[in-house]
Design a binder for this molecule. Sequence first.
Ligand code: ASP
Length: 594
Amino acid sequence: MAKYRNAHGGNLRASDIGNEVHLAGWIARRRDHGGVVFLDLRDASGHVQVVLNPDDAPASEEVMRRLRNEFCIMVKGVVRPRLEGTVNPDMPTGEVEVGGTSLEVLSTADTLPFQVDERFDADEGRRLQYRYLDLRRDRMADNLRSRSTAIRAMRHVLDDLDFLEVETPTLVVSTPEGARDMLVPSRLRPGQFYALPQSPQLFKQLLMVAGVERYYQVARCYRDEDFRSDRQVEFTQLDLEGSFWDQDDVLDTLQAIVTRVVKDVRGIDIPHPIPRMTYADAIARYGTDKPDVRFGMEIVDLGEVFASSEFRAFAATLADGGTVRGINAGDQGLSRAGFDKLVAQAQDLGAKGLVWMVVEEDGSLRSPVAKFLSEAELSGIAATMDGKPGDALLIVADEVAKAAAVLGELRLSLGRPDNHDDLEFLFVVDFPVFERTAEGGFVAAHHPFTAPLDVAEMRNSPETAVSRSYDMVLNGAELGSGSVRIHDPELQSQVFEILGVSADEAQARFGWFLEALRYGTPPHAGFAIGVDRFVSILQNEQNIREVMPFPKTQTGADPLTGAPGVVADTQLEELGIDVRAEVRAAWSDTTSDS
Ligand code: ASP
């Protein structure tokens, strides 16, 4: 017989009534009702009510009085129906309770740093410092469970499709994937550094050269980025790659994966096929490459309406090659002050200004600029933007990219649902190959190993060339990216050239990879799904930290273990590293920072 228990409390149901059970777990709550103690006992399966009556368990009476929240205990007892009127329909175990006959404290708990209870908010720094207590909360336990369910579902699909799970190294050489590398000093080669992988990109491509035709890995990746609310230095990707594969093969596989994950975590079927939208379309209609298509409020081009406008602000913008676009934000019930705030918001986003209009009951437009516009223009706006009485129409005249970005942001702040009850997947395809840098050069829009759609186009007009890369978007969040890869070493060298990496430099840094491409590389393509973000959306969490077991703070620190930390001088000596005096002096200020 098992030493500690023969049942899980959270699994008990009316069908268990009459059974003698041995349970073990933690005291989530205790109430003393005139000598009878009611416990809410929590284990990994959930909660159950345990009633300790000294009459039933005289030997345990003294122990009963000492119980406190979060003590770890073992209880024996009998499952029985709850008294009428005390049934709790909100609890899976709400019809039953366990009448305790004996009780043993397995370990006591110190005074808790915060209440381990959903109903009480705790400061996030404390939660991370005592993450092992925070993870006892139902919400967090559920997040961990769903994360495991999601990863299991991914593995199921890929195993069924004969993918091989292959691990790739985490101590690697620095590669050009766009972010800053996390570095690890080498003791055996003092002064030299490994990088932690930003992703297994080049290794998975080597696996294709190696003849592994279907690869996947639940891979830990590292990027030394400045923190935004949805980024962590260390994160998890479902990384995959296939040979003799093209874009459709990848997208079909992704559809199968996310369908299974959503089914297993949420219990629902997502509609097929997942829609596709080009990058150009996404920018034009939503002002972003990751449109949230759960709601409309699409961006409308008003260029034709103002083609021969005498309204200076619009006419001049159009003459300069700019654009006039708008969104119908619906009835926002905004006052004059509310509109002023939107104007300020648009300016903060970089717009020169924002024109607002409200559709009146009679269909006419009320706006501070109405008097500068012709009748034809006013009715053209109302018709193009499908204005109904009460609707707020917001118009931006600016450079094309600026107008799109500003309206895209306004659209999100005015229309975006604040929960993820509905799930809308989307594939965005045909991204550009390159983006312009502020210095006038190019960077790879995805990464430098991405194939262009048309090689001649890439050479002749790199600025506008389209690549064979694609993103998966869920509710306006980028779930991941991938591409068809370059499998021709000459083409790979040309891409480096356009990126301003000289042949010598490319040889010095990635010669090993360029050489591998010379030995019969199969055409291949792949993708990586951000596991943390995917699970956070499925769990309706705003921040990926909530679905990571032991995340870091916004400043990259771990308040639980104190990482990153200072190391002994002897360790530094072995590594051949000197820490400058002014940096040492600053240590005392930053080590307590969280
Ligand atoms: N390695 C890429 C990334 O991390 C994904 C891919 O292209 O497969 O974004």
